[in-house]
Design a protein around this ligand. Structure first.
Ligand code: FMN
Length: 371
């Protein structure tokens, strides 16, 4: 057993019993109206029972304008969705009253999947293709409409109202999904943001939408309510993408984000391999730079079911927590298994190779779910 992974840590005044977090994973198991189901309650409660100290939900849409990204994605916009989420949070808190349950707030922007009308920072054709879904739209994404100032205000308000509903639904916090190529990331990324107003151009301008959204959410939720931020280099529609400038870009981004009162910074390795996606040639890593510059708790991701690697990153001060994605699907009790020296369910090493895309992975694990 790697003891460092079982040491407690404090986030925004909450004590977590260990360093294991469930990574956000889209499951597409809500109703067609985006209402969480009993199946979802059981799915999330299993992680609390299985020893995870923090569980981050699948990306959840924030308004009924343009944010929804997938069919059967949950939202937290309507009263019916709020009631559905209450059922889920109750079950999770009953399973482990100390496990923190965090709602991921997600706006798809230009790469919302099942619509022909999308908005984005700029009217730029997205790279890549839509996910293949039975009976769904396929092929290239539509050309998005460049967001007006009113669209920006509406999108921010969606995040704020959804965060308030998350408080009412019994969540312990929210995570702003600024990773993987979705709306917030589209603002950060130079080739999807060619705006010439105060939201485009310099690092500070490209981070402005994230910063303003974060500040607006932080201002309305209770002091001990967690507000985390997730970022990544790779994108679901462009897995090889890396920040131009590598560590220099990481430094520039976190030099600005350190000003925020973020509860944590979560660095995603979308393709599932930390060494390939977060480690730089000079031996530094985006998560290590985030931790050194911001001084905030950092969650590292991408194959962290490799427990020796996970423990090494924590003991070398490159991260504070790990988030586990695919391995948690078949091992919802992963922390308890590690603690007891029990073997993990053998899906990962056998089925998943680095060259496989998440869509391939999903076909093998569960044909209903996509990333
Ligand atoms: C089925 C599936 C759905 C995902 N959905 C989301 C999501 O909704 N939000 C998000 O930020 N990342 C999402 N991801 C990315 C994961 O959070 C994680 O970054 C990735 O799987 C790498 O971690 P792992 O190696 O532990 O699986 C998804 C990944 C998978 C496999």
């Amino acid at each position: 057993m790697n003891n460092i992974l079982f040491e407690p840590i404090s986030i925004q005044g909450h004590t977590l019993k260990n360093r294991f977090t469930v990574a956000p994973m889209t499951r597409r198991s809500a109703t067609a109206n985006g209402v969480p189901t009993a199946e979802m309650a059981a799915y999330y409660a299993a992680f609390a029972k299985g020893g995870f100290s923090m569980i981050i939900t699948e990306g959840t849409y924030t308004d009924d304008l343009f944010s929804k990204t997938d069919d059967h994605q949950p939202g937290l916009v309507t009263n019916e969705q709020l009631e559905g989420w209450k059922m889920v949070t109750d079950k999770v808190h009953q399973s482990d009253p100390n496990a923190l349950f965090i709602l991921q707030l997600m706006h798809g922007g230009a790469i919302a999947q099942q619509t022909d009308k999308t908005i984005a920072p700029s009217a730029i054709q997205p790279r890549g293709l839509r996910n293949t879904e039975p009976g769904g739209l396929t092929g290239a994404f539509p050309l998005p409409v460049a967001m007006t100032k009113q669209d920006l205000a509406d999108a921010k308000e969606g995040f704020v109202q959804t965060a308030l509903r998350a408080v009412a639904a019994g969540f312990n916090g929210v995570e702003l999904h600024g990773a993987n190529g979705y709306l917030i990331d589209q603002f950060i990324t130079p080739h999807t943001n060619v705006r010439n107003d105060e939201y485009g151009g310099s690092f500070r301008n490209r981070l402005r939408f994230l910063i303003e959204t974060f500040e607006a959410v932080r201002a309305v939720v209770p002091k001990d309510f967690i507000v985390g931020i997730r970022l990544s280099e790779s994108k679901v529609n462009d897995l090889p993408y890396r920040w131009p400038g590598g560590p220099d870009t990481a430094q520039a981004i976190f030099d600005i984000l350190k000003e925020l009162d973020a509860s944590y910074i979560h660095i995603a390795s979308e393709g599932g391999n930390w060494a390939r996606e977060s480690l730089y040639e000079d031996g530094t890593s985006s998560n290590g730079i985030a931790k050194r510059i911001t001084g905030k708790p950092v969650i590292v991701n991408g194959g962290m079911h490799d427990i020796d690697l996970a423990a090494r990153l924590l003991s070398t001060q490159e991260a504070d927590l790990v988030s586990i994605g695919k391995a948690a699907i078949t091992n919802p009790d992963l922390p308890n298994k590690i603690k007891n020296g029990a073997p993990l369910a053998p899906f990962f090493k056998e089925l998943i190779k680095d060259s496989l895309t998440l869509a391939h992975v999903e076909q093998q694990l569960n044909p209903k779910a996509v990333c």
